[in-house]
Design a protein around this ligand. Structure first.
Ligand SMILES: Cc1cc2nc3c(=O)[nH]c(=O)nc-3n(C[C@H](O)[C@H](O)[C@H](O)COP(=O)(O)OP(=O)(O)OC[C@H]3O[C@@H](n4cnc5c(N)ncnc54)[C@H](O)[C@@H]3O)c2cc1C
Length: 693
């Protein structure tokens, strides 16, 4: 029977509660003088060892059942009184029985309450428990830093069966029990033999010190053994690393691995350079640039191609082969944790990096499949400028392409379901984007839900719903830009049972390791960011962790992730904006480019810099910039955030005049003014008055 269905009868619950309270009182009375308890136990042990063992056992059970802190001391005491073997036996069983009592108390008294309060949370936890509960509990038990009583109580709130809880607790706690009991036994010998630092005591203390470091590793090794159990492990490996995907993440992974002289194979199924070079950042920025400078569509296409061709050698097979990377063009399939096949050829490897990227998400809109729609992947093959272009999606890609095509001469309609563009940004940023696009001739339709694509006598049209009304938008080409989904199927993740997150990225820990620690994931396939710079950043860590783990591993820090939308004006952000900072105490400092000399000189004063600081401090929580070269300007703030430099430090930097980067000094100056001490200023004023005589 599922514990979710266990509804304790009120009478039973009350009886358990009353018994628990009684025991608390009894135990408190008992524990008021632990020294006394210990002395009595020692005396008793000398005269009646069996009775002493039984009393200590009972006391241990009661104290742990009531979650009274101090189990560690009791464990050391058991070692001191009864020695290693008997002490470990006593503690192992007493702690597990006490834990079971605490577990049952939590289940009967608190589970229904917890379920009612946090139904979604507990449903999720219960799903996890059903899948992996006992194993997870063993791994928690192995880490002494996780309080023993907290594990008992929390486990009681889940559906974990009592039997599994008992076994997992007994197994998981045993290593720590042994070490603590041994330490207690060693301490008891102090002074008995003259020398204080006996080898046994030193070993005991060393084990105690090493336990917090060793336990998580032991847990990882335990967990790894379990996941690898069904896969035959080769005795030798042909490669140190195989990288799947030749986009930003894959290329950097292979580069870093090769730089440290590892033997690495990179497998790419389509074009080297991945999305960024071929269908993403590079062509989109080249198109925006061409459109901004008045090129026509044919010229713009040529400029895009020339740009891609100019950058392609950086990512080419020839370059990577020259670096010593074994590059294979073909589809990679993960056959086992140590084997990848490419078009039928199997290669064994110590580690694998999944850098398979993402692809456009196509919504299930009726009629869409029958119309000539494009995505960011196929857009670059369009040979003639669409007279009427309808764009689905008001995110960064949608806004960039809407502006580019409008400037190239298309009649662009941008359809967004939400009530504003760039939904992740603050309202004023969305408004700035909407007015910039409108100025370029884009028809911005926010709050419009694309419902159906129609094909009539006069061509294609999109039916959108807006405020309960139907709106029909005729188009020659539809561009779908409503997001990109990670590539996670068809290359072995399913066979290996590598789990995905709720957002369908590959699940990876803070070191980018998947369920199998020698298989790592980075870039768009791992998320949560979908940028070339985050893909490259993660890739460096993934490569080193793949090659050096379990001896060494490094955790990437995502303290200040920059993101830029390359429209005119540009939108740039790092860290929190106001929308995201709802539960944080923050202050806003706002500076307009209409105040900046360089912007005035160039008659380009649109936009602002907005800095969020921790309330009462100059610590930068986030920066949003709207305006020309916002992305370049952002880097000054990103460096400050990454290295914990506050606005006061930024104020102390010399900025060349007149540049847009002076906005950094200006916004820091505004913050300083706001935080000037009125008392200090009044004192200064008096001081200067005194000096004037
Ligand atoms: C229009 C557009 C504009 C963008 N603009 C920007 C921008 O300005 N700035 C920015 O930072 N980001 C931008 N991005 C996002 C950026 O392109 C991605 O974040 C980046 O390319 C992710 O790199 P990646 O290596 O994770 O994935 P990808 O570049 O997608 O590379 C993954 C590669 O893996 C290969 N692959 C997949 N499965 C297999 C397999 N089984 N075997 C072999 N090979 C496989 C794929 O063919 C692909 O080449 C833009 C994206 C788009 C679509």
């Amino acid at each position: 029977m599922s514990a979710a269905l266990v509804k304790p009868r009120p009478a039973v619950a009350r009886a358990v509660l009353a018994a628990a309270l009684l025991l608390i009182v009894a135990a408190l009375a008992f524990t008021l003088n632990p020294g006394e308890v210990q002395r009595s136990a020692t005396t008793l042990n000398a005269q009646h060892p069996f009775a002493a063992f039984a009393v200590y056992f009972a006391f241990y059970v009661v104290a742990t059942a009531l979650s009274i802190p101090g189990a560690t001391l009791l464990t050391l005491g058991a070692g001191a009184l009864f020695g290693v073997a008997e002490g470990a036996l006593l503690v192992s069983f007493a702690a597990t029985i006490g834990a079971c009592a605490a577990f049952l108390t939590a289940r009967f008294l608190l589970r229904n309450f917890a379920l009612e309060r946090f139904p979604a949370l507990f449903t999720r936890i219960d799903e996890g428990v059903a899948r992996d509960g006992a194993f997870y509990l063993v791994s928690l038990r192995l880490v002494p830093a996780i309080p023993y009583f907290a594990v008992n109580l929390l486990a009681g709130l889940t559906t974990l069966p009592l039997r599994s809880f008992y076994l997992a607790s007994q197994i998981g706690m045993f290593p720590a029990t042994l070490i603590y009991v041994n330490a207690g036994a060693s301490l008891a010998t102090l002074g008995h033999h003259g020398a204080i630092l006996t080898p046994r005591l030193i070993t005991g203390l060393l084990l105690l010190a090493v336990l917090p470091i060793a336990a998580p590793r032991l847990r990882d090794a335990f967990s790894a053994r379990r996941v690898y159990a069904k896969w035959p492990r080769p005795r030798k490996f042909e490669r140190n690393l195989i990288v799947i995907g030749g986009g930003a993440a894959g290329l950097v992974s292979a580069y870093v691995a090769r730089a440290v002289r590892a033997k690495v194979t990179l497998i790419e199924q389509a074009r080297m350079g991945g999305d960024c070079l071929n269908t993403g950042c590079v062509p989109s920025k080249a198109l925006l640039h061409a459109a901004k400078h008045g090129l026509n569509f044919t010229e713009a296409r040529a400029a895009v191609k020339a740009t891609v061709d100019a950058i392609a050698p950086h990512d080419s097979v020839a370059r990577y082969a020259g670096l010593g990377v074994d590059v294979r063009l073909g589809r990679a399939i993960i056959e086992s944790p140590w084997c990848v096949s490419v078009d039928g050829t199997k290669i064994t490897t110590r580690a694998i990096i999944i850098a398979a990227g993402a692809e456009p998400f196509i919504p299930p809109i009726p009629g869409l499949a029958e119309c000539p729609y494009a995505t960011s992947e196929t857009l670059w093959d369009i040979e003639a400028l669409p007279a009427r272009l309808t764009l689905l999606g008001g995110g960064p890609i949608g806004c960039e392409m809407a502006q580019a095509f409008a400037r190239l001469g298309s009649a662009v309609t941008l359809v967004e379901m939400a009530d504003r563009l760039l939904l992740r940004e603050d309202d004023e940023v969305s408004a700035a984007m909407a007015s910039a696009l409108t100025r370029d001739g884009v028809t911005v339709l926010t709050g419009h839900r694309a419902a159906e694509v129609l094909h009539g006598a006069i061509g294609f049209s999109l039916r959108a719903e807006h405020g309960g009304q139907d709106v029909t938008i005729a188009f020659d080409r539809l561009l779908v830009a409503i997001g990109r989904k990670p590539r996670v199927t068809g290359y072995g993740l399913e066979t290996l049972g590598i789990p995905l997150t709720k957002t369908k990225t590959v699940e990876a820990n803070a070191w980018l390791q998947t369920l199998y620690p020698n298989i790592l994931a980075c870039g768009d396939v791992a998320g949560p960011y979908q940028f070339t710079h985050t893909a490259g950043f993660q890739a460096g860590y993934a490569a080193l962790n793949a090659l050096l783990s379990p001896f060494w591993r490094f955790k990437p820090s995502y303290r200040a992730i920059p993101a830029v939308t390359y429209t005119s004006p540009e939108i740039a952000r790092a860290g929190l904006n106001e929308r995201e900072a709802q539960n944080v105490a923050y202050e806003v400092t706002h500076y307009s480019f209409s105040e900046l000399d360089r912007a005035i000189a160039e008659a380009d004063t649109e936009g602002f810099v907005k800095v969020l600081t921790k309330k009462g401090s100059d610590k930068i929580l986030g920066v949003t910039i709207v305006g020309t070269q916002a992305g370049e300007l952002l880097t000054g703030f990103t460096i400050a955030m990454q290295h914990n430099l506050g606005l006061k430090k930024l104020l102390g930097v010399i900025y060349p005049y007149p540049t847009r980067s002076e906005a950094i000094r200006a916004v820091a100056g505004l913050w300083r003014q706001k935080h000037a001490s009125a008392r200090g200023l009044a004192l200064l004023s008096r001081f200067f008055a005194w000096r004037r005589g």
